[in-house]
Design a protein. Sequence first.
Length: 199
Amino acid sequence: MSNSVQTTTALLADLLDPEKEDAWREFDARFRPILRAFCSKLAVSHADAEDVTQETLVRFLKHYRAGKYDRERGRLSSWLVTIAQNCIHDLRESRAQRKEYRGESAMLPLSGAGELDDLFEQECRKQIVEQAMNELRATTRMDEKTIRAFELVAIHQKSVAEASAETGLPADSIYAAKHRCLSQLREILKRLQRAYELE
């Protein structure tokens, strides 16, 4: 990812202009994976999660350009969660009217707003870490084995012994890798967190 990644605030400003298609593509790329993972956690089938994600993004853009988002009344993430909830509710209602009772599409009861906001934020943080790791791989001079050892220990909470067994690196190299990678990753994470406005 480029170091010039736009903040969500800048993206929202650009989204008001239908001519700025790049802003919509970036917003979609940023939030679609989070929404898809969020919907999947609500026990929506893979196909339904894709449909709900698409409908959420379509409704978001329509309502946003109609001036229905008021930043003073809540965070963007909470608004996206509410739209997704409404899309899931509509899907359930549609299924009930058609008397569809497909087990693979059974959905968990929708939780309280605070719980759903927390779930969305967890998925957002996962997406940030994934993007940060991708950027670290693309920009660092460290080899993949070193980065993988760091990922195993620092992100997947594996022991040094387990990371050593998987990568073939000795323990002292893994400790060194953790230190080198962490210092670079912190800078990337800070920038991405500002872009997603989670700080």
